[in-house]
Design a protein. Sequence first.
Length: 346
Amino acid sequence: MIVKMLLMLFWLPVQAAAQGFAGLGTDAGGFAVPKPEPEFAFPQDHGAHPDYRIEWWYLTANLTGPDGTAYGVQWTLFRSALAPETREGWSDPQVWFAHAAATTPDRHYVAERIARGGIGQAGVTVAPFEAWIDDWRMAGPSFDDLSVRAHGADFAYELDLQADGPLIFHGDAGFSVKSVQGQASYYYSQPFYEVSGTLMLPSGQVEVTGSAWLDREWSSQPLAETQSGWDWFSLSFDTGDKLMGFVLREDDGASFSSATWIAADGTTTAYPDGAFAAQPLALHDVSGRKVPTQWAVQLPDRGIDVTVTALNPNAWMALSISYWEGPVIVTGSHTGRGYLEMTGYE
């Protein structure tokens, strides 16, 4: 109940004139908007950009236990601004919230935190890097060397991440277009983390290893008003190559897609609308909704024709903003693992 009240106080004002999924199609108003040909500066751009309305630090990890059991972990910190400025104390218009999840083949555990900016409860610093909300932390001496922890009522995890590849910039050098009308975000990823750590579940403690993918994205109107949700795939193939692709769904049944092919050595190829395709193969009833949890995914230019299947079809994030997010298994022309996020299935 307290979480819901905080959400009403700090998040819903942004949603009063909401357009698109979660209000992400609302006009940018007085906020800054992404421009083509961005010039990133690191480590500063690993931190917050308060003159933009929405921003996130989004980690997903595909993990394996000693007996070969597959697991998934999510850790996400969101920043949402009521105004394009920062202030000290409770008058600060920056709102922070976070989601954490742990997924097994037969269970899905989730938790949420919400905080107001300006009082030290949540934030991001860049040197050394730290992103936090309450006692949930993603921190380390650099963006390539991090420790992550979070917990909920029935789960917890502590993971160490070490990157062994470069940052990846999506779209045109990090300017990621989201619609035919030109809405866009700044978007880059670190998809090359090697992971080790501990997952705590009701059944006991599990030592895990695997890989992780961290997305960084910020904008002020990343969607068009008519876009109701998206289907986002981050796939890591056994060859070492990787693929990020998304499809944004329009209210009239049309769609807009984009993709980035990431070779094992970190070189990239960006693909425009229409080059990447994802079609649902099977629907699953979860939390009163029919959600596609098996997909046919194609990127013909790279010979990709795969089936993407949820490890656990019940990976519904039943939180203040609800969506489906969970680990997937990849079979077909290429094999591997990855993550799938689906929004707007109401």
